[in-house]
Ligand binder design. Structure first.
Ligand code: NAD
Length: 349
């Protein structure tokens, strides 16, 4: 059942729907709420379920109570939700994004631990979240006794959707003092589907001329260039599927999925989550790296206007990793999730 908790007793608390999710979700959630408490985050929580946990408890991977809670709070912090591959129920992540029209998926990738493949990476990826090939218009055509002889998927991109995501990106660039936006597409082959995105992106870029530079890359070349020389990129905006793939690539540039945060942002609601999944291989072992969700929580603090607290949290994380040299196993350290969290809490005083 849903439980309600509050981090502060002061007035002006901001309601947040919490969905711990599956696998390592509850472990990294515990850790994240501990550091939010330590930084004095002004949130009041409504706990809900989704994914396998929702299916088990309410018979639905996205129960009505969870949707109702987000309809009220308009703000969510979410753990990873497991989705069956190739069949079974539709991704609850995709359904949540559609339900609340969370059209922008903001995924920063910043080097936190030196000594990796690259130093000082500071990239931002903006992924269109509602259109493209993820609209789920898919079906099989049976031939003879083969029910799956042919598979067909249709993608949908709209001019309005392209304009919305590109305007969001250029506005983000202006507000965050970013210099360049790269439009990533495959308009040489998918001439209509991603050609429309490119056409719209170019129109929006013109409106920001002189303030934010703009260039273009074809997705395959972009992947190669990100690996060869990531420093040539600043902010990248792209369609849904390409964005999904590029965000994991960017996470790899800064040391892996354990450190990649994300915000799903719409006009009226926002849900923050780690990029990584439920990591069933390490679930329950208490060794997961909670940084990605903690950094997502810092993005949530920024989003609600508590940049000071977000900054303190990021500084405490940097201090723990760089000065105290306390790190989880995936970062070459020996700390488990709890020890790592306590080290951050100590830094927060
Ligand atoms: P995954 O991200 O769960 O795991 C990939 C690898 O990274 C694993 O080896 C895992 O141990 C490691 N890893 C991930 N997060 C880590 C962390 N915080 N600390 C240390 N190591 C970490 O990807 P997957 O195995 O492809 O997916 C597992 C499940 O998660 C699937 O059901 C998938 O649908 C789901 N998923 C959900 C989301 C989401 O809810 N946003 C995102 C991706 C995958």
């Amino acid at each position: 059942m849903a439980k309600k908790t509050t981090t502060r007793s002061a007035a002006k608390l901001i309601p947040v729907t919490l969905i711990p999710g599956d696998g390592i979700g509850p472990e990294v959630f515990d850790a994240t709420l501990t550091v939010l408490e330590a930084v004095g985050a002004p949130f009041t929580y409504d706990w809900q379920k989704a994914g396998m946990a929702g299916l088990k408890e309410a018979g639905d991977p996205l129960p009505k109570a969870t949707l109702d809670s987000i309809r009220k709070s308009r703000l969510g912090l979410k753990g990873p939700l497991a989705t069956p591959v190739g069949g079974g129920f539709r991704s609850s992540n995709v359904r949540l994004r559609e339900e609340f029209q969370l059209f922008a998926n903001l995924r920063p990738a910043r080097t936190l631990v030196p000594g990796g493949r690259y130093e000082n990476i500071d990239l931002v990826l903006v992924r269109e979240n509602l259109e493209g090939l993820y609209v789920g218009f898919e079906h099989y055509i049976p031939i003879g006794d083969d029910a799956h002889a042919v598979a067909i998927a249709s993608g949908v991109n709209t001019r309005a959707g392209g304009r919305r995501i590109c305007e969001f990106t250029f506005e983000y660039a202006v507000k965050n003092n970013r210099k360049k936006v790269t439009l990533v597409h495959k308009a040489n082959v998918l001439k209509a589907l991603t050609g429309l995105f490119l056409e719209t992106g170019r129109e929006v870029a013109k409106e920001y001329e002189g303030r934010v530079a703009c260039d273009e890359r074809i997705i395959d070349a972009c992947c190669m260039q990100l690996v060869m020389n990531p420093y040539q990129f600043d902010v990248i905006v792209t369609t849904n599927l390409f964005g999904d793939i590029l965000s994991d690539l960017n996470a790899g540039l800064v040391g892996g999925l354990g450190m990649a945060p994300a915000g799903n942002i719409g006009k009226d609601a926002a849900i923050f989550e780690a990029v990584h999944g439920s990591a069933p291989d390490i679930a329950g072992k208490g060794i997961a790296n909670p940084l990605a969700l903690m950094l997502s929580a810092a993005m949530m603090l920024d989003h609600v206007g508590h940049q000071d607290k977000a900054k303190r949290l990021r500084e405490a994380i940097d201090g723990t990793l760089l000065k105290d040299k306390v790190r989880t196993g995936d970062l070459g350290g020996r700390a488990n999730t709890k020890q790592f969290t306590q080290a951050i809490v100590k830094r927060l005083g």
